[in-house]
Design a protein around this ligand. Structure first.
Ligand SMILES: *Cc1c(COP(=O)(O)O)cnc(C)c1O
Length: 356
């Protein structure tokens, strides 16, 4: 493993108060950078001041989008320790996304070492109020200065850090979701299972229309039948029907969320029946009509658990659990965030401690 060089900034920034924190607008003083070149591999891991980078206009990523990213979090525990939630799970997924876009894989241990060194340097930026965290955004872009379509031969990996506020600063707020019937997100054989900017760019028109109609987000259905539930686009989706925890199986067009996996593991550990399978939107409406649909919630790193209070499909609106957060959603949220904040013992070894 190559040594990581460190270039420090002259003037250190100040962490805003926890109440001032939003999402993704403030960045810490330093970032981690590494380069790739065919023949040389990934090289020159370094920590440098956060700041601008110059790229020629022909830089290939601007034209053809060969890029991937991750989103993970570090927390300040009750004993002031900085810890990252399930680091390797995110970095291994980073490599799976890389594979889908012909991006050369990273050495997960080397990147984790770079991340931890960066976090140690930036530890004063990790907020402490429960619910706040330091959001970690690793990403890779292709950097050849060439506007022909091809697999690039040069890349840059960055890791930037952003202190973020509590997602539920004013308590749980169940979301209202439009079941999308005009646009589709991804199909098998496409990029749906990769964390890549293209999946977000394509979601913008649907999101904008749903927002105009008064919904918070969209729920995507499968691209072929327009019938089977896929995911929310930034979150995976779960249904609690008659006591059973059901989520769509990872079928090749859904992003395999780390929070999704965490929820499945927890639910099984707690003795719930969990099922990963195809579930149609018709089945969800039928379960609701029979009074068997107990809870619906999204899972993702940003919100952890996001209760769904309303679903609307082709103008048919259904209210779930009286638009209230369900008992199971609340239990999941309290447990996972409790472990992250160091309040609940980490019995499954989810937290990777960075420094004391
Ligand atoms: C990141 C992401 C999720 C949630 O995954 P987590 O690992 O739980 O954060 C769900 N869907 C898409 C499309 C995503 O990009």
């Amino acid at each position: 493993m190559t040594d990581i060089t460190v270039t420090k900034v002259d003037k250190i920034g100040v962490l805003p108060t926890d109440k001032q924190l939003g999402f993704g607008q403030i960045f810490t003083d330093h970032m981690f950078v590494m380069d790739y070149e065919t023949g040389k591999g990934w090289h020159s891991p370094r920590i440098v001041p956060y700041g601008e980078f110059a790229f020629v206009p022909a830089t290939i990523v601007f034209h053809y989008g060969q890029a991937i990213f991750e989103g993970m979090k570090a927390f300040r525990g009750s004993n002031n320790q900085i810890a990252v939630f399930r680091t390797k799970h995110y970095l291994n997924r980073f490599n799976r996304s890389a594979g889908h876009l012909c991006i050369p894989p990273i050495d997960v241990d080397e990147v984790q070492a770079g991340l931890f060194k960066l976090l140690d340097l930036e530890k004063d930026w990790v907020p402490s109020t429960p619910g706040t965290s330091l959001y970690i955004r690793p990403f890779i872009i292709s950097t050849d200065g060439f506007i022909g379509v091809k697999v690039a031969s040069t890349y840059k990996l960055f890791i930037i850090l952003s202190p973020v506020g509590a997602y539920y600063a004013h308590g749980f707020n169940p979301v209202s979701i439009k079941v999308e019937d005009k646009y589709v997100r991804a199909t098998k054989g496409g990029l749906g299972q990769a964390k890549t900017p293209a999946n977000y760019a394509m979601s913008l028109p649907a999101q904008a229309e749903a927002y105009k109609e008064g919904f918070d987000q969209v729920l995507w259905l499968d691209a072929v039948h327009r019938e089977y539930v896929e995911e929310v686009g930034t979150m995976n989706i779960f249904f609690k029907i008659n006591g059973e925890i059901i989520t769509p199986e990872l079928n090749g067009s859904i992003l395999g969320g780390i929070t999704r996996q965490t929820v499945l593991e927890l639910a099984r550990n707690w003795g719930f029946k969990t099922t990963e399978r195809q579930i149609s939107i018709v089945e969800v409406y039928e379960a609701h009509a029979k009074g068997e649909l107990e809870e619906v919630f999204g899972t993702g790193t940003a919100a952890v658990i996001s209760p769904v209070g309303e679903l609307s499909w082709k103008g048919r609106k259904m209210v779930i659990n009286h638009n209230q957060t369900g008992e199971f959603s609340q239990r999941l949220f309290d447990y996972v965030t409790g472990v992250q904040n160091g309040i609940v013992p980490d019995e499954f070894g989810w937290m990777d401690i960075v420094s004391n």
